[in-house]
Design a protein around this ligand. Structure first.
Ligand code: F0G
Length: 465
């Protein structure tokens, strides 16, 4: 059935610019093509595409470092973006006027003193991508992919999402004058993320399926209707997300950490970070590769099982279940890309329990930073990798926090009120979680009541970690 959508708007570029130098390369058969089909799969073998550009190789490391540094004091539109500041290693749009930016990137690298004490890792940092304009790492990729969607003349962009992609896509579409279609699993994403998509004006469909079902449907939709898909299958997304690693290395004065630990869901982000690290090594921007490790929730551990049971050769899908809804994914699209970068960097892949996630999330909150549950798998995973001896106390570790604390207030409230694991945890776990809980206290509005509560808090066990 034809859909009443026009494939191209009448915008069109009025600028004559040099032709793009980038192309698409299949990660399976390495076929190179100048354009990509709607599903971003290789026309020869069906595998995923990535973007490559010979111009990137001609850049000189020292010159790049100094250009990027200079741009930090510039007020030019492109330089204010923590993504486009690194444009020498991104696909170039026809014109700078095409760029849709919300000043994404430029995210802080925090030290984590309390988690350092807990883990014994003295150089422990969090790269907080939750400090992006829509509150998650998705913005870094979305600015690039939305720009290319608009340049191609699309009126509609679409994604399947566990919440953050849809919030980000809706914002960039609105900013760029495009319409957006969001497919999310009904009842399985946080209200906070859903409300963002609504406010940014997306056409939001809550489908009675899970994320994987939404993504399957989107793949069929893009074959039938002129909508541009902005899931991380779209290789422009991954190009933008590479800048997380570039900015991180710049913040560490180009001294790579020993480990970077990242949550794994659909596996676009780990693939993007890995691609950036390999390109940086190739260009001489860094002297060696950090180990890139991916952590999943036990209930959504497709990549863990793919490596453990399938040797990384074929995908082992799972029926996903976790309260970290952002990574409630059983059939990750970019699993092959992720396997490659984990193996190339010598990283690990592991899983953590729901209790470990909740505990780590509260510990990151206690640093005065906070993050959403999916991001907390990184600290929980670090503790596990330390116990296994894969990470050593003397090493430098960076945790990638992917989403803001405010992304999932229900989880946080349930945790502090003691409702998150009601009836499901043993006594030892209950005690360790209780230390981290700070439930609100309801009182009569009298000075005595407040002072009494204050004294009780002062005399009770300190919440020291
Ligand atoms: N952390 C957060 C906060 C996320 O939202 C996601 C993915 C991930 C980690 C996993 O990243 O998929 O690149 O491996 N969220 C997607 C979404 C799936 O639709 O918002 P990944």
């Amino acid at each position: 059935m034809p859909m009443p959508l026009s494939a191209r708007s009448d915008r069109g570029s009025t600028h004559s610019q040099p032709k793009a130098t980038f192309s698409f390369r299949c990660i399976g058969c390495a076929a190179i093509s100048a354009s990509a089909a709607q599903d971003f799969r290789c026309s020869e073998c069906g595998n995923l595409l990535e973007i490559t550009d010979p111009a990137w190789k001609s850049a000189r490391a020292d010159a790049l470092k100094s250009i990027w540094l200079d741009r930090r004091s510039s007020n030019a539109f492109l330089d204010l973006s923590g993504v486009w500041r690194f444009r020498e290693l991104l696909p170039a749009p026809d014109s700078a006027d095409q760029v849709i930016s919300l000043r994404e990137g430029n995210t802080p690298l925090y030290e984590l003193p309390q988690a350092s004490r807990i883990t014994g890792i003295s150089r422990l940092y969090a790269k907080h991508q939750g400090m992006n304009p829509t509150g998650s790492f998705k913005d870094a990729g979305m600015t690039v992919a939305a720009t290319f969607a608009r340049q191609a003349g699309y009126r509609w962009v679409a994604c399947a999402s566990t919440g953050n992609t849809s919030a980000s896509m809706a914002a960039y579409a609105a900013r760029g004058g495009m319409r957006s279609l969001v497919l999310v699993p009904d009842g399985k994403i946080s209200w906070s993320k859903l409300s963002q998509a609504l406010d940014y004006g997306a056409l939001t469909c809550q489908l009675r399926t899970d994320f994987d079902g939404c993504l399957r449907l989107l793949q069929e939709l893009v074959r039938r209707a002129p909508v541009y898909q902005l899931n991380s299958i779209n290789p422009f997304r991954l190009e933008g997300q590479k800048t997380l690693a570039l900015e991180l290395m710049e913040q560490l004065d180009w001294q790579p950490p020993d480990h970077i630990i990242v949550p794994g869901g659909n596996l676009g982000n780990s693939s993007a970070i890995g691609k950036a690290l390999l390109e940086m090594l190739d260009l001489g921007l860094i002297p060696r590769l950090p180990k890139l490790s991916v952590i999943q929730a036990e209930g959504a551990n497709a990549l863990v099982r793919t490596l453990r049971e399938g040797g990384g050769k074929h995908l082992v899908s799972v029926q996903p279940e976790t309260r970290a809804t952002a990574i409630r994914i059983g059939n990750p699209a970019s699993w092959e890309k992720a396997v490659r970068v984990i193996q190339a960097s010598g990283g690990a892949c592991d899983e953590v329990s729901e209790i470990e996630i909740a505990q780590a999330k509260a510990e990151i909150g206690a640093e005065g930073i906070g993050c959403e549950p999916a991001s907390a798998v990184t600290l929980a995973g670090l503790k596990k990798l330390l116990r296994q001896g894969f990470v050593k106390p003397g090493e430098t570790v960076v945790l990638v926090l992917t989403g803001n604390l405010l992304k999932d207030p229900d989880f946080t409230m349930d945790f502090h009120r003691g409702d998150l694991f009601r009836d499901t945890v043993n006594e030892r776990d209950t005690a360790s979680l209780k230390r981290l809980r700070h439930p609100p206290v309801v009182l009569d509005a009298t000075l005595d009541a407040v002072i009494e509560t204050l004294e009780r808090a002062e005399n009770s066990d300190p919440h020291a970690l």
